[in-house]
Structure formats: structure tokens, C-alpha cells
Design a protein around this ligand. Structure first.
Ligand code: ATP
Ligand code: MG
Length: 297
């Protein structure tokens, strides 16, 4: 049964798409069948995975608005165990058309239902707003992962987003958890990055992932080559940081399931097993029990 994670922040340019693409590729490399849903009309995740604009390609629009079976819209991302539901600018129309549709907040949730059996992780790349597409993503998700750029006023931005989430939880998805807050574009040479990271950790505690994504030029270059950073430069700090994040996400999932039944859930996932071992068998450390289950409030 897939864990569905919306990657969302209403602020633009904070690393949502970079996280969707590179966490997705890292989970796939960790033997987890993963699907990335590009739910942003900008289509950045689609192009970053090497699919240039093509009017003939079916996209999330067909599934969301025209009711086509979603399995027919998903494509092989040309990476083992990684699939993609692409997007393009037609999705702008979807945002408008959804407004007048019945069950409008739950169209994505209903559409992806059949896919939950097929994948272990489904990551949804959201647009930089809290529009109806993002609401659909949050209604369809088990948890939200919030990338936060280490910059001035980051704390205020996240606090606002979490307030909105609390409201959404009351109205559309009571079981929505916080997968974690992810520090992105971290630059350890600047006092500002360090200060912002310290503030977020002291305020949100274990909800902040231990893994931190550094500012790394390879991460910025990889999309123009149409590939996740691990295929562009496996030795880069960017590739390493997203592998760490994938491990953390997998370990947190195992903690939620509990050691007793972990094997049935994970099947033969060898990487998952070694990730669990790396987590320090039993101790579990202080790591981000990452909003497991309940989230804030
Ligand atoms: P939008 O809100 O427009 O969808 P986003 O939140 O998805 O943006 P990205 O597209 O992932 O943000 O990143 C914004 C820009 O910053 C991109 O050019 C991306 O390549 C670059 N970028 C993202 N993360 C990093 C990083 N860790 N180091 C360097 N550059 C990065
Ligand atoms: Mg984006």
C-alpha cells in the first residue's frame, strides 16, 4: 500500500520539484516502487525527468477532468522502479474546471485509488499556491513534506502554512500527517542559513528532517539534462543529500509500522532492511520521528 506524500509549500522556488524528482529517484534506487505525480501546470518535474513538451502526451489533466483511468496516463520515467504522471499547461484549465465539478476536492484522491496497490511511494509535486490542485493533492495524501529554503522569514512562512494545514485537516483530510519539514538550499558558510535552520529546529523539533539539502550547483544543473542528480553526478553533495533523505523517509515508515510487522510491509526490500540497520537497531536515535502519524495540532 503506497504512502502518498504531497510536496507542498505555497512559496515559489523553494525546492519542491527538485525534491519530488530527486527523492523519487532515490526511493526508486532504494528498491521502492515509486510514482511521481506532476500536479503543477508548469510541468517542471516532467521536464526534469527528461520529457520535453509534447502536446500528444496524456497528462494528469486527462485523469483528473476527463476521467481516463490513471494507469493509462502513467509512463515509465526511464529509471528502474520509477514512473511519472506528467503534466503540462492544460492543467491550468483543470484548476478552473475543477471549481464547478462535483466532489472537486477529491478528484485526485479518487483517481489514484487504484495505484495505491501498485506503488510503495507516490510523491505529488504541487504548484506554488494553495489552489484547488494543491487542495486535491493534500486531500489525496497521507502526509505533507514541506521544503523550506533557509532564508529570512522562513519560520513565518512555515507557521502560516501549518495553520492552513490545520484548517484543511479539519475540513478535507483529518488524517493528513506532517512527513517532515525539509531544509533546502542550505549554505553552511552563511550565518543566515545556520540561524534559520536553528530557529526551525527549535520551533518544530523532530518534525524537521535530520537530512539537509545543501545549495549545490549539480542539483540546479541536472534538470536541464533531463535527469535526477544521481544520474548526472552520483558523487555530488546534492545526490548524497537526497539519498540520505530517502533513507530517513523509509526508516520513519518502518517506525510507524513497528518492528514486529515490518517484514510483511516491506517485502524483500533489502535497502529498507539495511537502512533500518543503519538507523541503529532499536535505539532509533532522536531522529525525526517526523510527524509520524499525527502532525501538529
Ligand atoms: P516552483 O514553486 O516554481 O514550483 P519549486 O519550489 O518547485 O519552484 P525548484 O524548481 O525545485 O523549486 O527550485 C527552484 C530553483 O532552484 C530551480 O532552478 C532549481 O534547480 C534550484 N534549486 C533547487 N534546489 C537547489 C539546491 N539545493 N541547490 C541549488 N539549486 C537548487
Ligand atoms: Mg516546482
Amino acid at each position: 500500500m503506497a504512502r502518498v506524500i504531497a510536496i507542498a509549500n505555497q512559496k515559489g522556488g523553494v525546492g519542491k520539484t527538485t525534491t519530488a524528482v530527486n527523492l523519487g529517484a532515490s526511493l526508486a534506487a532504494s528498491e521502492k516502487h515509486t510514482l511521481i505525480i506532476d500536479s503543477d501546470p508548469q510541468g517542471n518535474a516532467t521536464s526534469a525527468l527528461g520529457f520535453p513538451k509534447d502536446p500528444a502526451r496524456r497528462t494528469l489533466y486527462q485523469a483528473l477532468i476527463l476521467g481516463e483511468p490513471i494507469e493509462r496516463v502513467a509512463i515509465d520515467a526511464q529509471i528502474d522502479r520509477l514512473d511519472l504522471i506528467p503534466s503540462d499547461k492544460n492543467l491550468v484549465g483543470a484548476a478552473v474546471e475543477l471549481i464547478s465539478m462535483e466532489n472537486r476536492e477529491y478528484r485526485l484522491k479518487d483517481a489514484i485509488g487504484p495505484l495505491r496497490e501498485k506503488y510503495e511511494y507516490i510523491l505529488i509535486d504541487c504548484p506554488p499556491s494553495l489552489d484547488i490542485l494543491t487542495v486535491n493533492a493534500l486531500a489525496a495524501s497521507d502526509a505533507i513534506l514541506v521544503p523550506v529554503q533557509c532564508e529570512f522569514l522562513a519560520l513565518e512562512g512555515v507557521s502560516e502554512l501549518l495553520d492552513t494545514l490545520a484548517r484543511l485537516r479539519r475540513s478535507i483530510n483529518p488524517s493528513l500527517a506532517i512527513e517532515g519539514i525539509l531544509l533546502t538550499m542550505y549554505d553552511d558558510r552563511t550565518t543566515l542559513s545556520k540561524q534559520v535552520a536553528a530557529d526551525l529546529r527549535s520551533f518544530f523539533g523532530s518534525q524537521v528532517f535530520e537530512s539537509v539539502i545543501p545549495r549545490n550547483v549539480r542539483l540546479a544543473e541536472a534538470p536541464s539534462h533531463g535527469m535526477p542528480v544521481m544520474f548526472y553526478d552520483i558523487h555530488s553533495k546534492g545526490a548524497d543529500s537526497y539519498m540520505q533523505l530517502a533513507k530517513e523517509v523509509i526508516v520513519n515508515a518502518q517506525k510507524r509500522v513497528g518492528p514486529g510487522i515490518e517484514r510483511t510491509d516491506q517485502g524483500a526490500g533489502t535497502a529498507a532492511a539495511s537502512a533500518a540497520a543503519a538507523a541503529g537497531g532499536g535505539g532509533g536515535g532522536s531522529s525525526s520521528g517526523g510527524g509520524s502519524g499525527t502532525g501538529t495540532e
